[in-house]
Design a protein around this ligand. Structure first.
Ligand SMILES: Cc1ncc(COP(=O)(O)O)c(C=O)c1O
Ligand SMILES: N[C@@H](CCCC[NH3+])C(=O)O
Length: 446
């Protein structure tokens, strides 16, 4: 075989396919190593907007919204904006007919800027400030989910006929990371169902003339893989609806069972069985309502991550490769824990690929680290990357649409990355990169 024949055959043998189930559906990897998402080459995005950059496949997000609505007919699908909220995203949510969960005056301001329909807005938060509540009443937000006795009193004084739901702790363990396990007793959200605090809180709300209680809410946690846990929470909540009717003589018409549907970060991860969830949810609803002789309430679900995570990816440029003999090889990139704190917060794992050029060596394990001044600034430990990875290469990290842009910080005064939407072969900037001028603008210098 001549050298001319050998090189193309070597490239073919080293070409990797994209891992399944973690990249946007529209992502393709060419034989030249170029990755296209929605028809847009990622090298072009990196060249035009710089790195690191968050990329979002608009149609991927919209398709998930439609998939959810189709899988759960008659159920209100309320996108949890904390996962990723920009003005464009809020507009897409409105156009796709979903509702929107906001949890601060800031998130509400984004919704407001696109005239998001008020009756499809839900405000959350365990410690809403008076500013949050006033902003919500001013819009006015369709429903506020009340979370504490103080809030019931404070909102009662401010509101006139405000529709509210009560946040309940159903006592269901989501078997997820402790930081995002919100259905158990020992965490800060909601009123306990088991202790009777939730039923007592119903009485406190009913005593407030300014509040109109329309339903109950629970949220078992985030990155939940077992649909049976959400079914169990739903059953318990219907039991509480019956108890509220029996004790207070009111039949509540709405039940919000939260979000938390898991996504895959690695190809082998457990995903979320949406069809199974829809089936079990409707079965539980029909059975429990019949058993308690209750009219079937209007159901709401609040997925965030499941709608947007896979539509997103992050592009980084390799800054340096450091081999520590006998220890490991560190591949350091131009971002890190400021644009992705999830590995540090939750021990999150990611799928990473070298893109933008053909790979010329077999894969070997490396640790991808960030640029920040902490040894814990690790994006992905022991991941396979081609042995020829070097400074200047482009890396793509999968499944970063949810809780990346929204969780980003300016640690070490590194400006936050831009968010670039791709659709129909075109890229457009949704949020620009944060500049040194932005960072200085808030500092008075005094
Ligand atoms: C009240 C509430 N609803 C919805 C969500 C969305 O969660 P996820 O993005 O896991 O679907 C959260 C976050 O866990 C939440 O706290
Ligand atoms: N930030 C978390 C999810 C938080 C859920 C919000 N209630 C994560 O990235 O996993």
């Amino acid at each position: 075989m001549t050298l001319g024949e050998l090189i193309p055959s070597l490239r073919t043998s080293l070409r990797s396919k994209l891992a399944s189930g973690v990249w946007p559906d529209s992502a393709v990897l060419g034989t030249d190593g170029e990755m296209r998402v929605a028809g847009v080459p990622m090298t072009t995005v990196a060249a035009r907007f710089g790195t690191p950059a968050y990329v979002l496949d608009e149609e991927g997000f919209r398709r998930k919204c439609r998939e959810y609505r189709a899988a759960l007919p008659g159920v209100e699908v309320c996108y949890a904006g904390k996962a990723l909220l920009t003005r464009a995203v809020a507009a897409w949510v409105a156009q796709e007919g979903l509702s929107l969960d906001v949890c601060s005056a800031g998130e509400l301001a984004v919704a407001r800027s696109v005239d998001f329909p008020a009756d499809r807005l839900v405000l959350h938060g365990n410690a809403k400030t008076t500013e949050d509540l006033k902003a919500a009443l001013d819009y006015p937000v369709g429903r506020i989910v009340v979370d504490s006795a103080d809030e019931i009193r404070r909102l009662g004084l401010l509101a006139h006929d405000q529709r509210v739901l009560l946040r309940v702790t159903p006592g269901v363990d989501g078997h997820t990371h402790q930081a995002i396990n919100t259905g158990v007793e020992d965490q800060k959200f909601g009123f306990s169902l088991a202790s009777g605090a939730a039923a007592d809180a119903v009485g406190q709300i009913l005593a407030q003339p300014g509040l109109r209680l329309v339903g109950l809410h629970c949220h078992v946690g985030s990155q939940i893989t077992r649909v049976g846990l959400l079914e169990e929470a739903t059953r318990r909540m219907i039991g509480l609806l019956a108890a509220v009717r029996d004790r207070h003589g009111v039949t509540l018409s709405q039940l919000n069972v939260g979000g938390g549907h898991a996504v895959r970060y690695l190809p082998g991860d457990d995903g979320f069985d949406l069809a199974g969830f829809a089936h079990r949810l409707s079965g539980a609803l029909a059975y429990e309502c019949e058993r308690h002789r209750l009219p079937v309430p209007r159901l709401t679900i609040e997925p965030g991550r499941a709608l947007v995570a896979r539509a997103g990816l992050t592009l980084y440029r390799v800054v340096t490769v450091k081999h520590v003999p006998g220890v490991r090889t560190f591949v350091a990139v131009d971002g890190g824990m400021s644009d992705n704190p999830r590995p540090a917060l939750y021990g999150a794992r990611y799928t990473i690929d070298l893109i933008g050029r053909p790979r010329l060596a077999a894969a070997r394990p490396v640790t991808v680290v960030g640029r920040h001044c902490e040894a814990g600034d690790v994006l992905a430990r022991d991941v396979p990357l081609p042995g020829d990875v070097q400074a200047g290469d482009l890396l793509a990290v999968a499944c970063t649409g949810a809780y990346h842009h929204s969780l980003a910080s300016t640690y070490n005064l590194v400006g936050r990355p831009p968010l670039v939407a791709v659709a129909d072969g075109e890229a457009r900037l949704l949020v620009r990169r944060e500049t040194d001028e932005d960072l200085l603008a808030r500092d008075t210098g005094l």
